[in-house]
Design a protein around this ligand. Structure first.
Ligand code: URA
Length: 208
């Protein structure tokens, strides 16, 4: 598995702004979508192309088109929705498959409460979007679900990763590449990424 921590100046700048304690809901949403777009741009670098001939105003011309696999965006509810529109800006024809997970308070494991997969996932490149890769539990569960549905080509897009989450995902799904704006220091005793962003879902939805 490759972990791509994106070094582009726009990404470095925007992830820094996102960490400000007093950030408004509007600004947090805007930056999350913008980072989603930039991470998707990076994650699509290796899409295969094919040459096709089209009718141009001046006559036939050979152009390049993306070949083969179509894209599925897979937001993990609810914070993943914050990145989805940014990815859709770049790939407006993508299908969207949605996953909802809640934590079983006895086993502490994520359990699916919602799964709506669209299209032939075995023919699609899935881009899972979730701002925070903390313990990795939700990401691992989502990859499990996608694989059960036949999906073979999966990438994870996150704003911030904890090393613990990367190691956990790597141990179970080593072929899933991660595209992230930041690899932070560690998880605290409450499972928050340090320095992190705080609760990304709350900040995106204005919960508090
Ligand atoms: N989920 C969040 O929203 N923030 C964290 O730091 C960890 C998990």
């Amino acid at each position: 598995m490759a972990v791509h921590e994106i070094r582009h100046p726009l990404v470095r700048h925007k992830i820094g702004l996102l960490r400000e304690a007093g950030i408004s809901t509007a600004k947090f949403r805007q930056l999350t979508a913008e980072l989603g777009r930039l991470l998707a741009y990076e994650a699509c670098q290796d899409l295969p192309l094919e040459n096709v001939t089209i009718d141009c105003w001046s006559g036939p011309v050979e152009i390049q088109q993306i070949k083969g696999k179509k894209i599925s965006i897979v937001p993990i509810l609810r914070a993943g929705l914050g990145m989805m529109d940014g990815v859709l800006d770049l790939i407006p024809s993508a299908r969207i498959s949605v996953v909802g997970l809640s934590r079983n308070e006895e086993t502490l494991q994520p359990e699916p409460y919602f799964e709506k997969f669209v299209g032939q996932l075995d023919e699609r490149q899935a881009l899972i979007v979730d701002p925070m890769l903390a313990t990795g539990g939700s990401m691992i569960a989502t990859v499990d679900m996608l694989k059960r549905a036949g999906c073979r080509s999966i990438k994870a897009l996150t704003l911030v990763c904890a090393p613990e989450g990367i190691a956990a995902l790597q141990a179970v799904h080593p072929e899933v590449d991660i595209y992230t704006a930041a690899i932070d220091s560690h998880l605290n005793e409450h499972g928050y990424i340090i320095p992190g962003l705080g609760d990304a879902g709350d900040k995106l939805f204005g919960t508090k």
